[in-house]
Design a protein around this ligand. Sequence first.
Ligand code: IMP
Ligand code: MG
Length: 184
Amino acid sequence: MHQDIERKLYPEAMIVEGIDRVAKEVTAYYKGRDFTVISILKGSCIFASDLIRRIPIPLELGFCACSSYGSGTTSGELKVNFLPEENEVVGRNLLLVDDILDTGKTMNALKKEFIARGAKEVKSCVFLDKPARRALDFEADFKVFEVEDLFVVGYGLDYAGRYRNLPYVGSLKPEIYQQPVQGA
Ligand code: IMP
Ligand code: MG
């Protein structure tokens, strides 16, 4: 295990099992309908790529980028960096995919934005759900795991841009996020 990780919460085998379950739910929901998976960068790229490879029905893939965290562990101001082209949104069924639903601000804002841009339907799918931190009324339509109120990293989730490449999810040792971030 990485030296900065305090506790491993979701090992690789558990992640695979959880994604298999959610991929089946998504497949059943969209069977017979066109849809586009929108991966919210950067955090969801690993989850989205594992998820879509377990969905055996036709789908398209798009990306959008949104950042709400600087280098700390609390939510900052939300910044939408880019969205898909108009022809990828108007009249489409979209499934927004994110790494974690925390305060809910990111998903809520993106859902509104996509509806305003003419999407037919917008659903959400998250790898982790941290309900204890929710700041507004938003629930994901599909979720893999519910996580306690801990700052977690790995499997796409970062702290100050690092740890996304860990193949499992773990909580960070408090001394890592209590010390000033180098270069921040
Ligand atoms: P929300 O807008 O507060 O729901 O925040 C969602 C975003 O915050 C996620 O896409 C993550 O990038 C980030 N985030 C929230 N909690 C964590 C965490 O425990 N570890 C890493 N990133 C997190
Ligand atoms: Mg992030």
